[in-house]
Design a binder for this molecule. Structure first.
Ligand code: SF4
Length: 901
């Protein structure tokens, strides 16, 4: 097949779903934001801008492997089909499971769901979107009768009040944040309120930040409902005409309704609660955005409904600039919802609640084997694997050994499972390490299909490049297995357009307007039409052939009587409280420049340079109480597991709470999987885990030595008790620590040199077998426990070690920059082991703040002070920092503020 010189496609990271224009030229890929795409109009964030740097084949799974041995596709597919059929024949269909991902495309999802629910006859297919937005799905269905997001992105810009609840929008949905920030700049009277226990980068544009106690959201919104009634700020005619359940919801809200009581329950000052309530009461055009802070909770569905209740009671829905808005984490979480990727859904927004829905899908698929009841949700599914009830599992495009709660148990479950199949584009992940059969899947830029973003907009991901090795599309892999399992007639697919048409036809099949998800208007697209498909928001049908910007404009909902439902919410605190052994609340979340388990973003040095180690952010009061110092290592322990992380003392953290990013895993660190600490507690309705509230203790971890190694190739350094490695520009950075001092430093260094893969090349020329051009220099101070060494080959720096008794070590930036030199200059060599750059050299830029232009924190601070810079614009003019994607603007503003102190 030929590949286009330029193509319009969609970013594969977050649920904003930005359009990307890619030009493929002999000298590489040129990538920019698609100016015509309505999600981003040309903007991209730091991660999206760096997509071009993730396309190499390093680390890719290139061909099928069975028990670690390369094999043919035919053999691997045959083994998967035979393995699943054998388990089904011996133990029934519920003894097998699929665990899929919001990263795969809608066409992949559709075929996987059809195979499991329609033909294997079990509903044991769930998705990692369970961890991200299944709570919002359940809340939408309770309130609207359908999993339908009412709003569009323009509503955020048109609102006069935007309330962000449990959402670090600036880092998790950066382009939407940029759109919001631009709207606020254009209309400064627009008000932004952030409700979040943590002061995040999103607070940069907030007029009010309510740092509520973790889990207290429902108290706040119940109190708001009550306040609005008292202030006569409800839209009672709208409620009368379009809503039911008001009386019960209002009665439930009464329990904690006065401002002092709400303030007490939320742990914030009464003045802040009053200010928020007054603002809400007087501002009709309100959008309330919520994401993981609401969803990842054992009472998340109730919290989401408490938010939706207020919008229904005020009639602030279905009109420009108004509505509750759940933003999804992943690029195709919505697509998965559309096809039934969740174990409790069927397909095309149907579910198992009535026999007629099951019958409808069975007739459409022409199957007599369709599942009759919901399957196991993610946490329960892995529990069933641990108990041996599920004996064969196929994991597609996700890394549950890192991302599921109680992650150590998940790993043990997979290691004990009879048959584990993993299809992925990456060879070495914590999950692929547990697989019996590995199937290479195409990655972004290779695959072809559709995704749906947070505002119901379907966009195309298009093929730009040939597949790596023998990688195949997920839909193709599933289709081939289905055929080998005996279902050839139902799985005839040879291209994604075929699958999309079938999916679109099913959405309209016997749909007389009762089902929100309807893209029957796209069911007759021919292949060329599918290729050319422009971004469009569903529903797309005969009534709305060009798509639908906003839902519920006529006040009709997808419930039997057409009325929306308010839900009586009795607020509950998180399932497990802190206690004397585990006194702090662990909150997990994303950082700005990494995506999920770093398999792609971890390939980009400028993204790694923002935050390059697993860290625990803790308030100064708690740090003092636990005798923790900024920059040292800490051990976090819960009832489920333990991890190590670097301490970051910060006033942004609410006392009593700590924050740890979710990204690090065994591929990049040792003992840094935060989900090993999270209890497998879930919301009883949605099954979404409580990933924002794990009681932990945090103690100093003071090993015998600490250090870092910068090396041209990646080292294993397995003996270190702590290890975090990231790719820099031309070198790998390894942060290490150990509990036992090596007897002979040189032995240790040589062992590491062996890890480089060419010991003979690097071992001291004075040693037998040493390469004559390899030259080790070293410095040791046994009394002080310091050791420093470097190896050069033909004058080029190969590796540099710095070991000390604690974390007080030199900065890494200048040392790292030396790897770009073909030969070290004499002045650089002179300062190498003292880490002192020659006069005039750019010595230490600090951690990277602006990833687009690689500008470090210290460089910015120095320029602010030396040149008296006063504004974001001035910093941009001076250093270009903040002039790219804009994701770093909140951090630059913080630096400007800190310089004033
Ligand atoms: Fe990709 Fe960033 Fe857009 Fe999300 S905001 S879709 S990560 S470019």
């Amino acid at each position: 097949m030929g590949y286009p010189a330029t193509a319009r496609t969609t970013c594969p990271y977050c649920g904003v779903g930005c359009g990307v224009t890619v030009g493929v030229a002999p000298d590489g890929v040129k990538l920019s934001g698609d100016t015509l795409h309505p999600a981003n109009f040309g903007r991209l964030c730091s991660k999206g801008s760096a997509l071009g740097d993730t396309l190499d084949h390093e680390g890719r799974l290139l061909y099928p492997l069975v028990d670690g041995q390369r094999t043919s596709w035919d053999e691997a597919l045959g083994q998967v089909a035979r393995g699943f059929n054998k388990v089904i024949a011996e133990h029934g269909p519920d003894a097998v499971a699929f665990y899929v991902s919001g990263q795969i495309l809608t066409e992949d999802y559709y075929v996987a769901n059809k195979l499991m629910k329609g033909f294997i006859g079990s509903a044991n297919i769930d998705t990692n979107s369970r961890l991200c937005m299944s709570t919002a799905v359940a809340a939408h269905k309770r309130a609207f009768g359908a999993d339908a997001v009412p709003v569009c992105y323009e509503d955020i810009e048109e609102a006069d009040l935007v309330v962000l609840v449990g959402s670090n929008y600036a880092w998790a949905h950066p382009v939407l944040y940029q759109r919001l920030a631009a709207a606020k700049k254009a209309r400064p009277e627009m008000q932004v309120v952030v409700v979040d226990p943590r002061r995040t980068a999103t607070c940069d544009i907030a007029d009010l930040h309510l740092a509520i106690a973790p889990g207290a959201d429902a108290y706040l919104f119940n109190g708001l409902l009550h306040y609005l009634r008292r202030e006569d700020a409800l839209d009672l005619p709208y409620v009368e005409a379009h809503v039911e359940g008001f009386a019960a919801a209002f009665a439930a809200a009464r329990a904690v309704s006065s401002i002092p009581k709400v303030a007490q329950a939320c742990g914030v000052p009464e003045t802040q609660v009053s200010e928020f309530f007054r603002l809400y009461a007087r501002t009709p055009r309100t959008v309330t955005i919520f994401s993981q802070g609401i969803n990842q909770s054992s009472s998340g569905v109730d919290k989401a409904n408490a938010i939706i209740n207020v919008h229904l009671a005020t009639g602030r829905i279905g009109r420009p600039g108004m509505g509750p808005f759940s933003v999804t984490g992943q690029p195709n979480a919505m697509g998965g919802r559309e096809v039934g990727g969740l174990a409790n859904q069927l397909a095309a927004h149907l579910d198992f609640s009535d026999a007629e829905s099951i019958n409808l899908v069975a007739r459409f698929w022409n199957t007599s084997r369709i599942a009759q009841a919901p399957g196991l949700k993610a946490v329960d599914m892995f529990q069933a694997i641990a108990e041996g009830k599920i004996k064969a599992v196929w994991i597609m495009g996700t890394n549950p050994v890192v991302s599921l709660p109680d992650a150590d148990k998940v790993r043990a479950a997979l290691l004990g499972c009879e048959l584990v199949v993993v299809s992925d584009c990456v060879q070495h992940t914590d999950t692929t390490a547990c697989a019996d059969i590995l199937l290479p899947a195409m990655g972004w830029g290779e695959k072809d299909g559709t995704v749906t973003n947070s505002e119901r907009r379907i966009s195309r991901q298009r093929t730009l490049l040939p597949a790596a090795g023998e990688a195949r599309a997920d839909w193709w892999i599933i289709t081939q297995v289905a055929q080998r399992m005996g279902y050839s007639e139902a799985f005839p697919y040879t291209r994604p357009a075929q699958i999309f048409r079938e999916h679109a036809r099913l959405s309209g099949f016997e749909n007389r307007g009762e089902r929100a998800f309807d893209i029957s208007g796209l069911a007759e697209l021919d292949d060329a039409g599918y290729d050319a498909l422009q971004p469009v928001q569903w529903p797309v049908n005969s009534m709305s052939p060009d798509g639908t910007t906003r839902l519920f404009t006529d006040g009709r909902f997808f419930t039997p009587n057409g009325k929306a439902r308010m839900v009586a919410v009795a607020p509950r605190l998180p399932a497990i409280a802190t206690d004397a052994d585990f006194p702090l609340v662990l909150n997990t979340g994303r950082i700005r420049d990494q995506w999920h388990t770093m398999t792609r973003t971890g390939k980009v040095p400028r993204l790694n340079a923002h935050l390059c180690e697993p860290f625990v952010q803790i308030h100064a009061t708690d740090a003092q109480h636990q005798q923790l110092q900024d920059g040292e290592l800490a051990r976090l322990t819960s009832r489920h597991g333990t991890m190590l992380a670097r301490v970051q003392v910060s006033e942004d953290q609410r006392p009593g709470s700590v924050f740890v990013p979710m990204h690090w895993n065994d591929a990049f660190a040792k003992s840094a999987r935060v989900d090993a600490l999270v209890a497998p507690i879930t919301d009883p309705i949605s099954g979404q885990p409580e990933s924002k509230h794990a009681p932990v203790r945090v103690e100093p971890y003071r090993p015998a030595w600490q250090g870092f190694v910068l090396s041209r190739t990646r080292l294993d350094l397995a003996d270190a008790s702590y290890r975090a490695c990231t790719l820099g520009s031309g070198y790998w950075r390894h942060e290490i620590a150990g509990e036992v001092l090596p007897d002979v430093w040189r032995d240790w260094v040589q062992a590491a040199a062996g890890n480089i893969g060419a010991p003979a090349r690097l071992v001291d020329a004075r040693q037998p077998g040493g390469h004559p051009s390899a030259n080790w220099i070293e410095y040791r101070d046994a009394a002080m426990g310091r050791y420093r060494a470097a190896c050069l080959q033909d004058g080029k720096l190969e590796v540099v070690f710095f070991i000390a008794p604690d974390q007080r070590l030199p900065e890494r930036e200048w040392l790292g920059s030396l790897f770009a030199q073909p030969q070290l200059a004499a002045a650089d060599l002179a300062g190498l082991l003292s880490a002192r750059p020659p006069k005039g050299a750019v010595s230490d830029t600090g951690r990277i703040v602006c990833a687009c232009n690689s500008v470090g924190e210290k460089t910015i601070l120095h320029a602010i002070k030396a040149q008296g810079l006063q504004s974001i614009e001035a910093v941009g003019q001076c250093l270009k920092a903040g002039t790219g994607c804009g994701s770093c603007v909140p951090e630059i503003r913080r630096l400007l503020e800190s310089a004033k102190k």
